[in-house]
Design a protein around this ligand. Structure first.
Ligand code: PLP
Length: 387
C-alpha cells in the first residue's frame, strides 16, 4: 500500500497555498536502487545521499532506501552524515569530503567513517585511533584522473608501506570516474586499470569505483561496492540511450494570472521576449528563488524555437516567454484552448517528457543541478511512504 502525505520541511506549506508542488515517489526510488543493485554484478549497492539526497530529502529518502535493503550511504559533509545516522541507525556511513582538522572525535561519536584523501588525513585519523586505543574504520580515496580529491596513484602504490595503516581499519579503497557517462571515453579504462593496480597492493581491502553511469560501463568496474547517486533519483545514467530508471521527482507550478499581449509587446525583465502577434501568457508562481535556473529564460521572439524552458499543459509543451524572474515565470500558452486553462490550475514543470535531464538541457546545465536545487518553498508530497 502506498499513500501520499504532505510534509513541510520549510515550516509548513499547505498544498493549496504553495506556488510549486513537488512530488517525490519513494517507491520509484526503492525500485531504482534494486535495479542498480541487479546491474552491479553481485557487488554491494550503496546509495549516495549527499546534498539532501539530491534534493529529495534525506529524512524520507534514506529510510526508503534502507527498507529496500541498502546498508551503506555516502554523503559529502559530516553534518549530512549525522542526519543520515538518525534516519538509518544501523547503516554504514561515509563522508566523501574528507576529514577536516580536529573532527575525528565527532566522526567516532556519530559512528561515521571519513573518506581519507591525503597522507595528512591518514596520519590524523591514525593518531586519533592510537590515542583511543581503537581501530576505527575509514575509507581511502585514490585520485585516478579527476585531480580533485584523494591520494595520487603514485602515493596509492606506496600505501602498503605506511605504518599508520596498522592503526585503523581500512574498510574501503575508492576512486571516482571523470566521465563515466561517456561510455566510449578511453579515460574510463585508464582509470579502471590505475585503480586496479593500487587495489592489488592492498589485498583484502574492499574496493569501489563506480557511480551511477559507471555501473553500466562495458568494463564492468563494479569491484566490491557501487556508489550510485543520480540514477537513484531518476536521472539517466546512459545519456545516449533510453533511461532505464523510473522518474522519482515531479514538479507542478501554479498559474497566478493569464493575460493577452499584443503585437510588439514584450514580456518580462529587460524586455527580452517580443510578441509578434496576439499571444496568451500564463504567469507561474515559481522562479529562480525556487531553484529553477534563470538560464532557462526565453530571449527572442514568439514562435521561435529557442533552447529555453518549457512546461506541459495537459501534456502539451508550452515555451517560456522572457526572463525567469525571482518568483515568477511567464509562459506562452496561446496554443492551449482558451477555456482549457484557468487561474489556479497547475502545469507540469518536471514530469512526462520534461525529465530532469531535459529540464537541465533546456537550462544549459545538467539534471544533477536541477535536482540539487529543488526549492525549499515548494509543498512536498511523498508517495510510497510506508506507515
Ligand atoms: C556524487 C558522487 C557519487 C555519485 O555519483 P552519481 O553520478 O550521482 O551517481 C559517487 N561517488 C562520489 C565520490 C561522488 O562524489
Amino acid at each position: 500500500m502506498t499513500r501520499t502525505e504532505q510534509t513541510n520541511p520549510a515550516g509548513g506549506i499547505p498544498q493549496g497555498m504553495a506556488g510549486g508542488l513537488l512530488h517525490i515517489d519513494l517507491s520509484a526510488l526503492a525500485s531504482n536502487w534494486r535495479r542498480l543493485r541487479d546491474n552491479a554484478g553481485g557487488a554491494e549497492a550503496a546509495a549516495v545521499v549527499k546534498a539532501d539526497a539530491y534534493g529529495t530529502g534525506i529524512d524520507q529518502a534514506v529510510p526508503a532506501l534502507a527498507r529496500a535493503g541498502c546498508r551503506t550511504f555516502f554523503v559529502a559533509h559530516l553534518s549530512e552524515a549525522i542526519r543520515v545516522r538518525s534516519a538509518a541507525p544501523d547503516a554504514t556511513i561515509y563522508v566523501l569530503n574528507g576529514l577536516f582538522p580536529g573532527t575525528s572525535s565527532a566522526y567516532v561519536e556519530h559512528d561515521v567513517r571519513p573518506v581519507l584523501g591525503s597522507f595528512e588525513e591518514i596520519d590524523e585519523w591514525a593518531a586519533f585511533c592510537r590515542s583511543q586505543g581503537r581501530k576505527h574504520a575509514a575509507a581511502i580515496h585514490v585520485d585516478t584522473g579527476m585531480n580533485r580529491l584523494g591520494l595520487t596513484v603514485a602515493q596509492g602504490m606506496t600505501l602498503k608501506e605506511r605504518g599508520e595503516l596498522k592503526d585503523f581499519d581500512t574498510a574501503l579503497l575508492m576512486s571516482h570516474f571523470v566521465s563515466a557517462e561517456e561510455s566510449g571515453n578511453p579515460l574510463n579504462l585508464r582509470q579502471v586499470e590505475a585503480f586496479g593496480a593500487v587495489r592489488e597492493t592492498l589485498p583484502g581491502v574492499r574496493a569501489s569505483l563506480a557511480n551511477s553511469s559507471g555501473i553500466f560501463l562495458k568494463e564492468k568496474p563494479h569491484f566490491d561496492l557501487v556508489r550510485p547517486g543520480y540514477a537513484l533519483y531518476g536521472g539517466n545514467p546512459l545519456p545516449d540511450q533510453d533511461n532505464p530508471m523510473s522518474p522519482v521527482v515531479g514538479l507542478e507550478a501554479r498559474i497566478v494570472q493569464l493575460r493577452w499581449v499584443e503585437e510588439d509587446d514584450t514580456v518580462g525583465y529587460n524586455a527580452r521576449w517580443l510578441s509578434l502577434g496576439r499571444r496568451r501568457i500564463a504567469t507561474l508562481s515559481v522562479g529562480y528563488a525556487d531553484g529553477y535556473p534563470r538560464s532557462a529564460s526565453a530571449r527572442g521572439k514568439s514562435g521561435e524555437a529557442l533552447l529555453a524552458g518549457q512546461v506541459l499543459v495537459a501534456g502539451r509543451p508550452c515555451p517560456f516567454a522572457g526572463n525567469v524572474s525571482m518568483d515568477l515565470i511567464t509562459v506562452d500558452v496561446t496554443d492551449i484552448p482558451e477555456n482549457g486553462i484557468r487561474r489556479g490550475d497547475t502545469v507540469t514543470m518536471i514530469g512526462g517528457s520534461l525529465t530532469i535531464d531535459e529540464v537541465g538541457r533546456r537550462a544549459g546545465t545538467i539534471g544533477y543541478e536541477i535536482l540539487t536545487n529543488l526549492g525549499r518553498r515548494y509543498a512536498r508530497a511523498y508517495a510510497g511512504k510506508q506507515a
